[in-house]
Design a protein around this ligand. Sequence first.
Ligand SMILES: Nc1ncnc2c1ncn2[C@@H]1O[C@H](COP(=O)(O)OP(=O)(O)OP(=O)(O)O)[C@@H](O)[C@H]1O
Ligand SMILES: [Mg+2]
Length: 861
Amino acid sequence: MEMSDTHSGPGGALAQFWTLSVEEVCGRLGCGTSGLTAAEAASRLERFGPNRDAESRREGWPRAVLRRLLEPLSLILLSAGLVSVVTGDEVGGGIIVAILTLSIGLDTVQEGQAIRAAEVLRQSVALKAEVLRDGASLQIDVEQVVPGDLLRVRAGDIIPADALVLDAAAFTAGEAALTGEPYPVEKRSPTAGSKGGDTASLLYRGAVALSGEATALAVGTGRNTVFGAAAAALAGPQEASPFQRDLHAFGLTIARLTLGLVVVVLAARMIVGRDLLGSLLFAVALAVGLTPELLPMITTVTLSRGATRMARRKVIVKRLASIHDLGAMTVLCTDKTGTLTAAEIELNRSIAPDGAEDSRPVRLAAAAAELGGDRGALDEALRKSLPDSATGWSLKGRRSFDFSRRTGAILANGPEGGILILKGAPEQVLALCARTRTGACVQPIEAEMRAAVQARIRSLAGDGLRSIAVASRPWTKGAVELGAEDERDLIFEGLCVFADPPKATARSAIARLAKAGVSLKILSGDDPAVVQHVAGLVGQDAVTVLSGDEVAQLSDEALAVKIQTVDAFGRLAPDQKSRIVRALQAKGAIVGFLGDGINDAPALQAADVGLSVDGATGVAQAAADMILLAPDLAVVADGVEEGRRTFANILKYVRMGASSNFGNMLSMAAASFVLPFLPMLPTQILLNNLLYDLSEIGIPFDGVRADGTARPQVWDMDGLIRFAAVMGPLSSLFDALTFGTLYGLRATPEAFRTAWFMESMATQILVIFVIRTTARPWADRPGGALVASSMLALLAALILPFSPLGASFGFEPPPATTLAAIGAIVVAYLATAEMLKPFALRRDVRPCRPRARHSGRPGRR
Ligand SMILES: Nc1ncnc2c1ncn2[C@@H]1O[C@H](COP(=O)(O)OP(=O)(O)OP(=O)(O)O)[C@@H](O)[C@H]1O
Ligand SMILES: [Mg+2]
């Protein structure tokens, strides 16, 4: 790894702190090693700035406006407007500029609000860091950490700042995403008098605390860190979802079509010798009319609105686009503890090797948990069951719990003198035991006893009770780093048995998910027998429970086939959880993963939508796309519905464009070849587009019928093409009818344009009430906001030609007969659209798609 020599930041932060001793670092930072006062921390926050990546994605409104202004179409329009003004057409030019201003303003304000709302929500689940302030341990937002802070980092945390380790116990860090080092890196305090240069005492912001615990002095925060922005794990990524990418591709297709059309129209008009500026303006206006320029805004607003609604149902969305993925999810994989079962694990009993109740196993286990345990539910339960278990004990060494070995050990001095205590999954612990205890007696462990213990564990599991085994060994040597050779020849002390009852709500939530087309798989590290029992209680009749060992035997292909029929897994290692997620994805499933531990982080990363819970480990929260404030499957079922609503509303917008708007613009282009005059003036087309956009503002707030959220939804281009193939020609047919009628009525060019403007507005706007639902329009009432935005826009379009303002747009009120004819055409169009709707809307979304190219989301760790 190369470290830059120029590492020094604003506020005179520390250059190359890794070459300095602790004393020198403290000297330069102007602090001690006992934490800051609140006042000092506040002034440092002022000086060094918040601990976040500086390119905070928040864009101010001037930049948001500028970005839109610099888009090619806006630029052309603006220059066209200016040319008009210069060449004497002040009114036309003014209108163009006004319309441009209005639509950019509308877009900016709406999107800005949406982004802010989502940001506020995201902040509410910001990662926390533990610091010492005014002598007391505090949980603060990671952004508030300043150089000089004394940090406490524990397994499962994301390291909040570059820091120098002062004290460490069995602490390892995962730095793969930063340095590429794939294995856990051990961290310890610098040896006394060392002149630094020792990366073993450096913690990097954004790395993961994998095991143990450390106290460290923060030296660099924000971008002023060794890896700067690479530590983006803390920032919360916001990549596009597959759905958004599809939408973008769709937008591009339209843009290409538009470009082609514009060139053809322009060329044709030039050849027949029409005036250049007028033709250019007409072509550009057509392009504006065709461009789905509201697509990004509608997507963002719809998503943000979805996020707000989900927050009310206690789901905080970190990555907005994941709302779609949740709606598209076909399989939900979940951890067991805390989601299927209540998070409150309780000690049920403590039993000696012979099966008799005996407090010794729990006394040893609780002392181990107190002295060197983790933040997991099991250690928590042990500490609660015997609060003073560690009085009279002192810790000498520890090996923190490790998910691949499923055991953890401590070395301590207790009432009996030096002792090594090891606890963990019974199979693993028993394998390390050579002896067993009966009262004060220790004798070799017999095969029958092993069998009897296994049978006891199985029968307890049948009652839904989970066991861990406890073993020990007298320790006469001094303190050492515990290694595998120390953890042999142990004395089996007995079992601690825990009750972890299933959640009352789990069963109905799973049924609801199943009804919504989402199947559930349980991916647990627990004993398969316990998993099977819990699965049965929540209504998942898991006939077979595949164990981690069995999973390890299968090739990727075989696994992908096998898991189609297996719904529960036990004794999985962390990487097996992610392997199962990927195997499901390989068969086309859109996979969600719900988990809270360090052992769940890889699977959360691999899943299409990662769900974690409030209070989960930092890594799990950082890897997740959504955080559940209530760790409850019912909340996930709500979220799925919300995701599908969001999807359905965006689809309405896309369909709307594909039915009338697009068709109208095409007809206009065609008409311009046939007519001796422009079928609509450029300013009229722009106005048409603006009012159409306004009418759509209500879409994100519209309701969606139950049948619209019943199945998992993914973007389906074929379905959309089918829709356009039915609705597009229909629109063109009625345009031709309008055209013919106006021609037949010998309308003046002005009246012709006005009438066509009105017809075009009415069909474009009103068709939403036909296509927004598969039901009859009157059977499925539209949302108030949509009715309001549509009606206001329509009203404006119908009144304007008759108002004093109409003349400046080149409108001329058409005679009553023309109006009546136009009205009849609009009604006929809507009725026909309603009749053809069942063909157009048939299977617009597919339940599943094969994903050969899926490779997770880019840029995520
Ligand atoms: N702190 C601990 N001390 C001793 N044993 C532990 C500890 N934590 C976990 N284990 C053992 O390791 C196994 C797997 O751990 P854990 O239950 O946390 O995995 P998991 O996949 O998160 O399971 P779950 O699905 O129940 O959440 C446990 O069943 C238990 O036997
Ligand atoms: Mg767990």
